[in-house]
Design a protein around this ligand. Structure first.
Ligand SMILES: [Zn+2]
Ligand SMILES: [Zn+2]
Length: 141
């Protein structure tokens, strides 16, 4: 599930954590929290540049890092130049197309149960988790 927050809740969260809220920051937050396609920093930047022509790539980077720090989004690092952002923090499978790079979320019905079994077998308390499957999507086949 994606965390849903209205403008005021986002503004409060930023302020509580000592960060200034700007229109651009707010726009970045709302954009990323509404997306299910795991955009990259570049994609966020290009999408918002239309409405916010003065936005910089640096602001996008910093804001996304901040959102990760605040626990609102998850950073999926594939390699140095391919970092994607996922607002879904619940256990799910990221299906990554190796051709076009699109990422589709897949929520297997019993994945949480399977995961609980694995975690209890391991006897650990995970600090995070990520499951990726690589494939070729329908658009690319
Ligand atoms: Zn995902
Ligand atoms: Zn594809």
């Amino acid at each position: 599930m994606v965390i849903w927050m209205d403008d005021q809740e986002l503004i409060d969260l930023f302020r509580e954590n000592g960060f200034k809220v700007t229109a651009q920051r707010l726009a970045i937050c709302k954009f990323i929290l509404s997306r299910g396609d795991h955009p990259s920093t570049d994609q966020v930047y290009h999408a918002l540049k239309i409405d916010y022509p003065t936005i910089s790539l640096g602001t996008v980077y910093k804001t996304l890092d901040l959102l990760e720090e605040l626990g609102l989004i998850q950073k999926l690092r594939f390699n140095e130049s391919n970092i994607r952002y996922d607002p879904d923090l619940q256990l799910h499978i990221n299906m990554v197309c190796t051709k076009c790079g699109k990422i589709y979320d897949y929520k297997a019905e019993n994945i949480q149960n399977m995961w609980n079994v694995i975690i209890s077998d391991l006897g650990i308390k995970p600090k995070g988790q990520r499951i990726d499957i690589y494939f070729e999507c329908d658009d690319c086949k």
